[in-house]
Design a binder for this molecule. Structure first.
Ligand code: FDA
Length: 314
């Protein structure tokens, strides 16, 4: 219930101004965000790579209705990918490659009316080209349910030239089992998440237990399929079910990977990597952190307590 309120707040301009205006908010944001600049993102990549982890980097930003802002976001990704290219962090290509970027299509034009899909596709293509040159891959984040068909359509168009392009699927949506079936073919990279948006009961499971059960059904489809599952969760129960399914479907450690968010369960990230798994950390950077931050608060009441304590100077 409280989580739903925070998610509603993540879209309310008044709440945004109030939360962003508190100077100490930044201190709390830093727990979840690597920094504001490309240098901050590159620094985080170096640190994580040094600790045996792989990364997917998100240039923070969400739905825009301004064509100039969409173009700027695409440009920010090409600058980032240029910097990653210089890094020479080793030669780990293939599905489990060291670097990936995560892209929200709404930030590169998807919401720009009738031409939105076309503009988002063009910008996403530019990002894929820069990623290809940098030896990195691209995964499309999934946003609210109204964007899913558009995102999957753009994915199909991108895969014609960049077959390694991946996509996130949200287990809480009723449609996702069917989407997982469609996406479980050879070469397909699918990041399975529970889902982080406030969705109506007409399209999505509302109870945590139902979402978890739906996650297991989707996971089973992906692990039994021919693609490369990217199991994005911090949930110990789901991680242990993944291991059972890996045994059942004879998937070796490099045939799937785990993904977690920057700053969340870092001990578990290290433990899985230490046990020989590919673990990819989702690293957000940039100054448009508000929506991302509010979703992280909504996921866990303890984060709100942490936030309030920090505001109180403790
Ligand atoms: P759950 O929320 O049940 O958490 C399990 C445990 O993990 C908690 O008990 C706690 O210990 C820890 N935990 C989880 N969230 C935490 C938090 N915010 N702070 C502190 N601890 C926390 N969603 C989406 O809609 N579209 C997308 O494209 C993506 N992309 C994405 C990429 C990656 C790499 C990850 C890991 C997640 C996403 N998500 C996402 C977010 C996802 O939908 C979901 O909201 C979060 O991962 C939380 O769900 P869990 O599976 O971790 O389970």
């Amino acid at each position: 219930m409280f989580g739903q309120l925070l998610l509603a707040g993540s879209r309310a301009p008044l709440v945004r101004r109030a939360v962003s205006g508190v100077p100490l908010t930044r201190k709390v944001v830093d727990r979840f965000v690597a920094g504001e600049t490309v240098q901050d993102a590159v620094g985080a990549v170096r640190r994580l790579a040094g600790a045996g982890l792989t990364v997917t980097i998100d240039h923070l930003g969400e739905e825009t209705r301004d064509a100039g802002a969409a173009a700027q976001t695409a440009e920010a990704y090409t600058v980032l990918l240029g910097a990653l290219r210089e890094l020479e962090l080793g030669d780990r290509t293939g599905p489990a490659g060291l670097t990936e970027v995560s892209v929200k299509l709404s930030a590169v034009g998807q919401a720009l009316g009738a031409d939105g899909d076309k503009i988002a596709l063009e910008h996403a293509r530019t990002i894929c080209e820069a990623a290809h040159a940098a030896g990195a891959s691209v995964t499309l984040d999934m946003e609210d349910h109204t964007t899913v068909d558009s995102t999957l359509g753009i994915l199909r168009a991108l895969r014609a030239d960049f077959p390694g392009t991946g996509v996130a699927v949200q287990a809480y949506l009723f449609r996702s089992e069917a989407d997982c079936r469609d996406l479980s073919h050879e070469g397909s990279r699918v990041r399975l998440v529970k889902g982080a948006y406030a969705e109506p009961a007409s399209v999505a499971h509302q109870k945590k237990n139902d979402v978890d059960k739906a996650y297991v059904r989707c996971l089973r489809i992906l692990m039994a399929g021919k693609g490369y599952p990217m199991v994005a969760t911090h949930d110990d129960r789901l991680i242990s079910i993944t291991e059972t399914l890996a045994d059942r479907f004879s998937r070796a450690r490099g045939d799937y990977e785990y993904q977690m968010l920057y700053g969340i369960r870092t001990d578990k990230q290290q433990a899985l990597a230490g046990a020989g798994h590919t673990v990819r950390v989702y690293v957000p950077y940039g100054d448009d952190w508000y929506g991302y931050f509010m979703r992280r608060l909504a996921e866990r009441p303890a984060n709100v307590a942490f936030f309030l304590r920090a505001l109180g100077g403790k």
